[in-house]
Every structure is written in structure tokens, then in C-alpha cells.
Write a protein that binds this ligand. Structure first.
Ligand code: NDP
Ligand code: MG
Length: 392
């Protein structure tokens, strides 16, 4: 039984640190071969001291010397810059690349890894949202697997073990509804960054936490599901389930429905992506029905939370439209986190970009890179010229 070398892109984030927890408990199965961070040098250093990877990469070049000096006594190669990730993720000794960086930045390293024949444990859903056609085509060409880490997609993937994907009638993706479930537009107009960062069931990075509050996360997950399971938009349904116990469901053509359940803990889907098709013993806390006598389900409120329908529209339009909504959303979320726009204005920014950016029906990779850049600039300028009442 050979130890699998794992490259963790974004090891200092929420998914990244939980992946290292999984590796720590399964050191007979896995080795952290490569760790990468954007700018959190202190955490990268302490992770590297514990796990002694072959490579530690820091994107922020101003932190390079600090990381290099702190690890000088260890046999670790320290590199800097985004390009180093793209170059080194192809290393022949890497078996699986776990993509846990946030946003569009995941796209190019994931493409490089697939071209080098690496299996992908995919947390970075933005990669599939932006360029799902290119990614899935490359995955087929290179004979690699894309193993979902996102809890909903892991649930669906687990339900599909041993099933013929042709027999899927419908995927049912559950959503917690976030901290603002049941709230009105008037209420949302005045919510703060701090309100939005309080997710009821999951502790996650800031960007995905805001996406969860605005339902954009669910929209991105619908698009992610389309590509992972080769399914049409109208076969994907979203159901709000505030307890986050049923992680998602699959309905088959005979009407049978399978679901996957468990306490909300990302370590389970992370570990399953790494051990698939096997399951290993864990001491994760077990779910008990008696603690949850009321598992409830309701329709998403798409009038108040407009992003979910914007994502469905983008998926149905296809081409570079999902790339446009992703870039617009990244800028809108950053704008909200920086206090430049209000919560509800985020949907306005996305909608404006969908209308104004050039539509391309069959984009190349260069088109996607260009669309991303163009949309970011447009969204930033759009936010700048908004009257200050948009703050609300
Ligand atoms: P975090 O913000 O907690 O972590 C992001 C990680 O990526 C950090 O290591 C960060 O480095 C690094 N990073 C940030 N920006 C860049 C960049 N431009 N280039 C390279 N690296 C970068 O995010 P999460 O862990 O919450 O989420 C990661 C991904 O996983 C997202 O795509 C998210 O949608 C997805 N996901 C997350 C879930 C969760 O429970 N957290 C659940 C399902 C999916 P640094 O620390 O130095 O800034
Ligand atoms: Mg999810």
C-alpha cells in the first residue's frame, strides 16, 4: 500500500487546514507533498514545519524571504508566485491535487494538473463554473478523475456509486438558506458584513460565507453539478434544508430517491475524495436522529435572493455567461466585504455584467481569461460610479 502524495492548493484556508487534519490522521495513506498559500506566511511556515512537504509555495512575493529563512533548516523547496504553482503541480510524484484556493485563481493550476494526468479533488468550484466544458473535456482526454469535495456534490457522488448516470432523473441539492433565510428585502438592505459572515452551520472562508448568505453559493453549485454529473439545468433542483444534515439527493428514473446524511463536517467529503473508492474508519462525531427530530425542507425564496436564478439563467445561456457571473460575483463580494456596496447591490452588479459584457457562445481558454479580466474591470468601474445610496 503506497502512500499517496497530495498537493494542497490553498493549504492555509478552511478546506486546506481540514485537509491537513485528514492527512494527519491518515499518515499511513497520504503525504502532504506540496503546500501553497496566497499570503499567510506564518501559517504556511508552521504547516511546513509539521508536514515537511517537498514544496512550499507562497504567492505573495514579499513574503518569500520570511518563508525561505524560516524553513532553511528543513529539506523543503520554497518557491514564490502564482506561476510556481502552475509549474510544480505537474510534478511526477504527485498523485492527487486538492484544489482549495478560492476563486478564479484555481483555473490555470487545475488545467495544468489535469494535463499532467493528476486526479483532482475539487473544492474550488469556481473552476468548473468558469470553464466546465474545457475542464471536463480535458479530464476525459487525460483519463483523470474529478472527485468532488463540495459536500453536496460529494453526497450526490456517494449516491451514484454503483449506479448508471443515464438513469438519473433529477439531482436535488440542499441549501442551508444561510443566516438570512426568511428575511425580507427591507431587512437585507441594511445587513452588515458581520451579520453576513455568521453562517449557522459551517465555518468557511469569507468569500464562500458571503456566497452562502446571498444564495450565490447554491447557484455556483448548480453549475458545478451540471459539469460533474453531465446533467441539464432543468434536472437540478434546489431545496432549502436549514439543518444541513441531508447533504443532497439523487432521484432515479424509477422514482427512487437516494440521499446522503451526516453532521455538517467538511472533513468527511474531503477524506472521501482522497480515499475513494474506499472508506476508512474515522472518529468523526456521529449523527443521531434523536438530536434532530425535525428535519425540514422548503422552497428557496428566489424573489428575495436573486442570485440563484441569475446562475440558472447563466447556465442555460452557456458560453462565457457563467464565467461572467463568477467574475462579477467575486468583485461584488469583495465590494461588500470592503464596505463599498450593500448586500442587495451584489445582485445588481452581477446582472449589469450579464447584460453588458460581450457574450461568446463557444469560448476558448483565452476567451475565458479575457472575459474574466474584462468583467472584473467593468464591475469595479460600475461599483465606483454607483450613487452612495447603493451602500444600503
Ligand atoms: P479560504 O478563504 O478559507 O482559503 C482560501 C485559500 O486559498 C487560502 O489558502 C488562501 O491563502 C488561498 N488563496 C486565496 N487567494 C488566492 C489566490 N489568488 N491565489 C492562490 N491562492 C489563493 O477559502 P475556503 O477554504 O473556504 O474555500 C476554498 C475553496 O473551496 C473555494 O472555492 C470554496 O468555494 C470551496 N469550498 C469551501 C467550503 C468550505 O467549507 N470552506 C465548502 C465547499 C467548497 P491565504 O490563506 O494565504 O490567503
Ligand atoms: Mg457546498
Amino acid at each position: 500500500n503506497q502512500v499517496k502524495n497530495i498537493a494542497i492548493l490553498g493549504s492555509t484556508g478552511s478546506i486546506g487546514t481540514q485537509t491537513l487534519d485528514v492527512i494527519r490522521w491518515n499518515s499511513n495513506l497520504f503525504r502532504a507533498f506540496m503546500l501553497t498559500a496566497h499570503s499567510n506566511a506564518d501559517l504556511l511556515i508552521s504547516q511546513a514545519i509539521e508536514f515537511v512537504p517537498e514544496y512550499a509555495i507562497i504567492c505573495d512575493q514579499s513574503k518569500y524571504q520570511q518563508v525561505k529563512d524560516s524553513l532553511a533548516h528543513l529539506p523543503i523547496q520554497v518557491m514564490d508566485g502564482h506561476q510556481a504553482i502552475i509549474d510544480l503541480v505537474t510534478h511526477p510524484d504527485i498523485a492527487v491535487v486538492l484544489t482549495a484556493m478560492v476563486g478564479f485563481a484555481g483555473l490555470e493550476p487545475t488545467i495544468a494538473a489535469i494535463k499532467a494526468g493528476k486526479d483532482i479533488a475539487l473544492a474550488n468550484k469556481e473552476t468548473l463554473v468558469v470553464a466546465g466544458d474545457i475542464i471536463t473535456t480535458l479530464a476525459k482526454q487525460h483519463g483523470i478523475s474529478i472527485l468532488p469535495v463540495d459536500s453536496e456534490h460529494s453526497a450526490i457522488f456517494q449516491c451514484l456509486v454503483g449506479e448508471d448516470y443515464q438513469t438519473i432523473e433529477k439531482l436535488i441539492i440542499t441549501a442551508s438558506g444561510g443566516p438570512f433565510r426568511g428575511r425580507s428585502l427591507d431587512f437585507l438592505a441594511n445587513v452588515t458584513r458581520e451579520d453576513a459572515l455568521k453562517h449557522p452551520n459551517w465555518v468557511m472562508g469569507a468569500k464562500i460565507t458571503i456566497d452562502s448568505a446571498s444564495l450565490m453559493n447554491k447557484g455556483l453549485e448548480v453549475i458545478e453539478a451540471k459539469w460533474l454529473f453531465d446533467i441539464e439545468a432543468d434536472q437540478i433542483e434546489v431545496v432549502v434544508h436549514p439543518q444541513s444534515i441531508v447533504h443532497s439527493l439523487v432521484q432515479f428514473r424509477d422514482g427512487s430517491i437516494k440521499a446522503q446524511l451526516g453532521l455538517p463536517d467538511m472533513k468527511l467529503p474531503i477524506q472521501y475524495a482522497l480515499t475513494y473508492p474506499e472508506r476508512v474508519t474515522t472518529n468523526f462525531k456521529r449523527f443521531n436522529f434523536m438530536d434532530y427530530p425535525n428535519l425540514t425542507f422548503e422552497k428557496p425564496d428566489t424573489d428575495t435572493f436573486r442570485n440563484l436564478n441569475l446562475a440558472y439563467t447563466a447556465l442555460k445561456q452557456g458560453g462565457n455567461m457563467p464565467c461572467i457571473i463568477n467574475a462579477a460575483n467575486e468583485i461584488a463580494v469583495a465590494g461588500f466585504l470592503n464596505g463599498n456596496i450593500g448586500f442587495l447591490t451584489m445582485s445588481g452588479v452581477i446582472e449589469e455584467c450579464m447584460q453588458q459584457i460581450n457574450f461568446i457562445s463557444t469560448p476558448t481558454l483565452a476567451d475565458y481569461l479575457n472575459t474574466d479580466k474584462e468583467t472584473r474591470i467593468f464591475a469595479q468601474n460600475y461599483i465606483k460610479q454607483l450613487p452612495s445610496k447603493a451602500l444600503q
